[in-house]
Ligand binder design. Structure first.
Ligand code: GLP
Length: 243
């Protein structure tokens, strides 16, 4: 695992955007695995800036998102579909038909998960997967569990994740209880992985992810076994790793 230590969130975001920009320049029709949450927002802003300055062309880029809340329609302002439109897709020249996100409004979980795995296979796999990190070590919506999930599946969100995501909804009852997510196996098939972590509140879990035992109780710990992971984290997030 390569580790880039940055001074702060802004530098983390710029560094991550540079790596995505390099990926797009090396392979203009690459498949980017994209993430939501507050962590990658700054990286998306920087990508938009690079695109507006004429440095970055998304016309052949393809994308596949990690996850989506089950039960939210695309136009719900907390759906990840909506998030991606507002935070990236509307502002760059990516073709809508080249972007892929699990369909949260599909009630048939089994069918939707199988469809999404088929989409990923058709894309030929993810070249570069961006990941954020949940406070309990989740990636995508792969929550702590007794085993690593192989493929895209429907998960019951843990109480701590519901609480963490509460801030985006009016009432706690409005936070969806389930989500569709790429599995750990799906994520591990990406050729390259970029893990972004910011803030002192993630420092304990980041230490477990990087230096603790590999266990499905800390889903992101599996990344220790991936051959090409780059961690970009700010000093606050890395503060427990070097103490
Ligand atoms: C969410 C998302 C994850 C994200 C994580 C951390 O629940 N499903 O993909 O990485 O939680 O979110 P944040 O970046 O807001 O801390």
């Amino acid at each position: 695992m390569r580790i880039y230590r940055t001074a702060d969130y802004q530098e983390m975001s710029r560094t991550a955007a540079m790596i995505l920009a390099a990926q797009i320049q090396i392979k203009p029709d690459c498949v980017l695995g994209l993430a939501t949450g507050s962590t990658p927002v700054g990286m998306y802003e920087e990508l938009i800036r690079l695109h507006r300055a004429g440095h970055l062309d998304f016309s052949d880029v393809r994308s596949a998102n990690l996850d989506e809340y089950r039960g939210l329609t695309r136009d719900h302002d907390q759906s990840y579909y909506y998030f991606m439109q507002k935070n990236l897709f509307e502002h760059v020249n990516i073709k809508p038909e080249n972007t892929h996100i699990p369909d949260g409004s599909c009630p048939d979980a089994e069918a939707e998960c199988a469809r999404y795995e088929a989409v990923l296979a058709q894309l030929g796999g993810v070249d570069l997967q961006v990941l954020g990190l949940g406070h309990n070590g989740h990636i995508g919506f792969n929550e702590p569990a007794d085993a690593f999930a192989k493929a895209t599946h429907c998960v019951d969100l843990t109480a701590s994740t519901i609480k963490a995501n509460r801030r985006f909804f009016e009432r706690e009852e409005d936070v969806p209880r389930q989500a569709y997510t790429m599995g750990i196996g799906t994520i591990m098939r990406a050729a390259k992985i970029l893990l972004l972590v910011s803030g002192a509140d993630k420092s304990d879990i980041l230490r477990e992810v990087v230096a603790g035992p590999v266990t499905p109780q800390v889903p992101a710990s599996i990344l220790q076994f991936h051959p090409d992971v780059t961690l970009i984290a700010d000093e606050a997030a890395l503060s427990r790793l070097h103490s």
